[in-house]
Ligand binder design. Sequence first.
Ligand code: 5AD
Ligand code: SF4
Length: 440
Amino acid sequence: MASEKTFYLETFGCQMNVHDSEKVVGTLISQGYRQVESVEEAGLVLYNTCSIRDKAEQKVFHRLTDFRKLERQGKKFGVLGCVAQQEGQKIFERAPHVSLVCGSASYRNLPQMLVQLEAGKRAAGLDDRQTTETFETEFTARTNPHRGYITIIEGCDKFCAFCVVPYTRGRERSRTSDAILAEACQMADSGYTEVQLLGQNVNSYHDPLGKKSFSELLAAVGEVEGLKRVRFTTSHPIDFTRDIVDAIDSVPALCDHVHLPVQSGSTRVLEAMQREYTCEDYLQRISWIKTARRQISITTDIIVGFPGETEAEFEETLSLLDQVGYDGTFSFKYSPRPSTPAQAMADSVPETEKARRLAILQEHQKQIQARLSRGYVGQTLEVMVEGKNTARGQLIGRTSQNKTLNFTVTAGNPQPVPGSYVRVHVTASFPNSLLGEMVG
Ligand code: 5AD
Ligand code: SF4
């Protein structure tokens, strides 16, 4: 047992990080490691970190400092992901007990780095951000047996003024459509019915084989036998083309949902953010989505308090919310990030004002969602069963539009199992979820 190789991995941040961790776990297992549930049991402790907002790196250093004394027990520590890439070799100085620092563009070199660690050396994977290679692994350890992610593109070339991602994840590099389709077929064969195509900007997917555009890839994945639901995230408005909506219209498995981050409703602020589109350009994309044959739900990301954002510009964002009628928003206070162009701008909106704008925006959006949700009462929708809320005696379902629809089953009827698809009659609505009763 003494020589058994064990690891503990904690993940912070976005879906890309969650899926990267599934690949890292699979890679470690293929190298003879066993995953354990606590730091105490582990020989190797890994953090897959996020630096998109706030002082995420501080969180990681606090974690590492807390566990410093464990080094004497022979444990090794590694920092992966965006903070690893952002802080680089400085991590070894600030936390000398760390022996692995690796950004996401270098994960394909993890097996060699593990060998170095085992030989008692330090290993760093920080120099691959210009690579054209993606992290191809057959060892992805997916955590959900019904719904899984597939990376289609890594990195980002957009360089929005506020965003650290192009610096931490490196240049855009797409996987081949053949590799993506093979993975989708393999997942369908192993019983998956839902896949989500992932990338920092999936719309700029560029098939290295030159065979498929993004919308063609989407349609092809949607036609894989056995897959009932295909989602994709995240989209950039400038690369969001009409043929994506046409694909959704013509391929039944493509879900009725588009996440299209707008960031601001003011064209002046969008320009300062280097988003490359105006508010009118964005609304044109929205009109394509709204005129689709299916009712497609729309969600977005918004930043309040970007440097120089005036009260009037903030109000333009509020009126954009009214115009679009979003089904959901993820909204954030602007937070300066190292290496980004916006970091050099004066962070002119005080923290209290950012907080005020965020609260106003979130309340405004809650009213919109409450109104939109009411429109579903009386409809019958198909859900994928995700689990149970035992305390409430309800099952948790998700609709094609990505809405949570909790439901009950009439007494005497069998309870559907997670991963199955059932029809639910909607009886009540809330801003963030729907409630209903299973049909049949
Ligand atoms: N400050 C606040 N929010 C940010 N986001 C990205 N960078 C920042 C930042 N520096 C938000 C954007 C993006 C989402 C993933 O995170 O809205 O779409
Ligand atoms: Fe960041 Fe902009 Fe790239 Fe999205 S598109 S990851 S916001 S730089």
